[in-house]
Design a protein around this ligand. Structure first.
Ligand SMILES: Nc1nc2c(c(=O)[nH]1)N[C@H]1C(S)=C(S)[C@@H](COP(=O)(O)O)O[C@H]1N2
Ligand SMILES: [Mo]
Length: 427
């Protein structure tokens, strides 16, 4: 590319107002060291006193970042393990392998022999099941295209920032999931229709906020047993066995619900006649504005539209550079509440909005994202570009943050800084 004085000056420009303090700029070493240093001190103390070791003591309590506190070493470590969708991959109907976002609370279980895996269905059932993968494949198989999104997507943009996995906006992906409808397994086992919850246990184990646990979540029996959406015990992703990070060899798929419901490495399904009160149900994944309220459970995905960042990026700031003239903005929109009915685009930070053209309703893919595009004539200068989705229930993305202590469901419109600059002439 030819030299460009205009582009060279990008680095000197101010960061966008919504940029996270510290996320994109180097932090002083002292601040980066402190959380792990604290943990090391505790571990040392416990090493000296083996009798006093309690895994629960390792966890830091839930907290909000201070007013000027940048992303910490603990958040950085989580962000390095749990990756997002590179936004340019929004071009694909189905997210290519390896580009789908990943979130794992603890470790990815090592499963060298999928053939040895067992799935137990027990609790309030007439006859408990103990199934191999081959047994599962003898049931009717269904393939559903589903957009998954982490409930914490958007968390790191909140003020104040809940300290946890620091997602920006791209914790999303779409895949074709193949498996047995859960309702067929519940029928086979003879689940008690008077039961309340169905509890799903993963093979991963860890400690979180002082509570040692297997990753475990529940659905109300009516949702677990439903056919709209139909919950799957999935053995394949995009026609291939599940990769380790996505739940090899078995996972739950609950179309329309946020990620926490999609239990990976599924090893047990337990029908229960009392409401499930495990950590991931009654402590985590609740909408709370204060620490002591019980809060509402996080369930279905709120609407969101994202676009393929136009033009090309500045390496560090990710500011986009486009040439003057026609620019096609294209992206995807989704909602777990109802089909997407409209997407609007603004190129002037919300002063004006224009309707985008929606792609065809993806036939038979009601739980997958929908394509959209908008043709824009870019003029030299700086622009704040954003998109917002509305769904059939009338829910639309807000312009302001949806703040809660866990940082769940923040689907505020994300503004992307776009600099429209001509190619500089050679000297
Ligand atoms: N067993 C198990 N299942 C899990 C999790 C986990 O940590 N353990 N994380 C959940 C969360 S919070 C999300 S967002 C999704 C992520 O699914 P993916 O990694 O396949 O995209 O998995 C869910 N299922
Ligand atoms: Mo998540």
């Amino acid at each position: 590319m030819s030299k460009s004085g205009t582009l060279g000056s990008l680095t000197a420009l101010r960061p966008a107002p919504e940029a996270i303090a510290g996320a994109e700029t180097p932090r002083p070493a002292r601040e980066l060291r402190s959380p792990s240093a604290l943990l090391a001190t505790r571990l040392r103390r416990e090493d000296n006193d083996a009798m006093g070791q309690r895994p629960g003591d390792l966890s830091a309590p839930a907290r909000l970042a201070g007013p000027d506190e940048g992303i910490g070493a603990d958040e950085l470590a989580l962000a390095a393990r749990n990756h997002a969708l590179p936004l340019e991959a929004l071009r694909y109907d189905i997210t290519p392998p390896g580009l789908h976002y990943v979130l794992t609370h603890y470790d990815i279980p090592y499963v060298p022999h999928a053939g040895a895996w067992r799935l137990t269905v027990d609790g309030r059932v007439r006859s408990p099941l103990d199934l191999s993968l081959a047994d599962l494949l003898s049931f009717p198989q269904v393939t559903t295209r589903v957009t998954l999104e982490c409930a914490g997507n958007g968390r790191a943009l909140l003020t104040p920032r809940p300290v946890s996995q620091p997602w920006l906006v791209e914790a999303v992906g779409t895949a074709d999931w193949t498996g047995v409808p859960l309702r067929l397994l519940l029928a086979e086992a003879g689940a008690d229709p008077a039961a309340v919850d169905v509890v799903f246990t993963g093979a991963d184990h860890g400690v979180e906020r002082g509570v040692e646990q297997d990753y475990r979540r529940a659905l109300p029996l009516a949702a677990a047993d439903g056919d709209d959406p139909e919950v799957l015990v999935a053995t394949a992703m995009n026609g291939a066995p599940l990769p380790p990070q996505h739940g090899r060899p078995l996972r739950l798929i609950v179309p329309g619900w946020y990620g926490m419901a999609q239990v990976k490495w599924l090893r047990r399904v337990t029908v229960s006649d009392v409401p499930f009160t495990g950590f991931q149900q009654s402590v985590a994944y609740r909408i709370r504005r204060t620490a002591d309220e019980q809060g509402e459970p996080v369930t279905r995905i709120a609407p969101r539209a994202l676009f393929v960042p136009p033009g090309f990026p500045d390496f560090m700031s990710r500011t986009r550079v486009v040439r003057p003239g026609h620019v096609r903005l294209e992206g995807r929109a989704w909602s777990g509440q109802g089909p997407v009915t409209a997407v609007e685009v603004s190129t002037d930070r919300g002063a004006t909005w224009e309707p985008a053209l929606l792609g065809p309703v993806p036939h038979g893919h009601r739980w997958a994202w929908r394509a959209w595009h908008h043709d824009w004539t870019a003029r030299p200068g700086e622009h704040a570009v954003g998109a917002r989705a509305t769904d059939a229930t009338g829910r639309a993305q807000p312009l302001d943050q949806y703040w809660n202590r866990g940082g769940f469901g923040n689907n505020a419109v994300r503004w992307v800084r776009v600099v429209c600059a001509g190619v500089a002439e050679s000297p």
